[in-house]
Design a protein around this ligand. Sequence first.
Ligand code: 5AD
Ligand code: SF4
Length: 457
Amino acid sequence: MDSDTEYIAGMDQISRSGEGKRYHLITFGCQMNEHDSEIMAGILENIGFEAVADLSEADLIVINTCAVRKKPEEKVGGLLGKLKPLKEQKRDLVIAVGGCMTQQAELAQYIKQRFSHVNLIFGTHSLTHFPQLLEEAIIKGGTVVDLEENQDLREGLPIRRTDRYKAWLPIIYGCNNFCSYCVVPYVRGRERSRPLEDIVNEAHSLAREGYLELTLLGQNVNSYGQDRPETYDFADLLLELDKVDGISRIRFMTSHPKDLSPRLIETVARGGKICEHFHLPVQSGSNRILEVMNRRYTREHYLDLIRDIKLQIPGVAVTSDIIVGFPGETEYDYLDTMQLLEAARFDNAFTFIYSPRRGTKAAEMTDHEPRAQKERRLQKLSEIQQRISLDLNRELVDLVVEVLVEGRSKSNPVMLSGRTRTNKLVHFPSTLELTGRLVPVKICEARTWNLIGEEAG
Ligand code: 5AD
Ligand code: SF4
């Protein structure tokens, strides 16, 4: 790949320092983090490291952390605790911790003090000098901490992709929205859009490498281009990518309801490769809560968007994220969310209990509601959503859908698994040579989380 041979800061001095050594990489969190891990893996393999599946055989363990809620942070704590005896047995083992959690100075310090067996702590902006940091950590001993402030676009870094047919393609980094509960703007910095030509070029080279599906990534893809001197926007980018030969599907996530334009809906409706799926987090159905969350739209505006999307794009799927138990959420606010769920009829909704995040506005708000109450609300919401998901899946029975086959099903070896254009998981019996192909499949059975089908003749 072209980008492999491009410049990485300092690569010339330390070019093959990983020769003969093995790394194991563990990733928490969202797709952007998964893609960052693909870059870390690319950098490591460029300097000679080889991936190893068994943690205990690694010379280097890298953990890419997530800070969006407390749970993934706790998991990292647990994991680091477990690695201590391994490090004691194997003094040369290098442990590196990076990502959104460690981009926060207090947490980086906490990890340094609490887990002194960690050799390197780095943030989300440190990727460009990852090899030097590793080198420094190996030579210096102790714990090297690097929380780079400079928010680069990080073009030209090597990438070791996990999938063969589906590729992540970041288009905009960071977030300017400052939703009051969210830590992302603090750990990922301000919005930086990649130049359109660079994204289109990367899409062409992915097509040449045999990738069929691209997922455009950004905390808010709808603000793509707004920070650039050029006049293009997200719809323009989609139209350009729609022309890339060899690519069959283009997905994107995440969309912010406040800036999802009518032109974008129209572009998705007309685009050939652009998949009929919006991930459009609503977060709450209560206007009062939406305001305190600083979401800058109302439930009415949101439901209008859903209506327009469904009217203009036949067969579209809409998924969402919802937070329950936001500070001050009353039973009335919660009922509004329940009603919105019934009105919007999402194909799927990811529901979370609010988790206070250091440094955010919401973390300073008083939060009286008992945990058990929040859990009850979460449970009820997911029951409603499961019923709706199943209902919508049932509408697909007897229809023929296009499935991009990913390989053998994890739960049943005679079945293959893949996804529809609307991102629904389909299992059907067939043989492995269909992997990486777009196959017409007739749906025979609908379940809440997936569909069962058979090859359509
Ligand atoms: N608590 C709970 N959920 C959160 N999310 C973001 N921040 C928090 C938080 N502090 C959820 C939102 C977002 C998704 C990625 O994670 O629903 O859309
Ligand atoms: Fe967080 Fe809001 Fe930005 Fe999404 S749009 S990353 S929820 S601040």
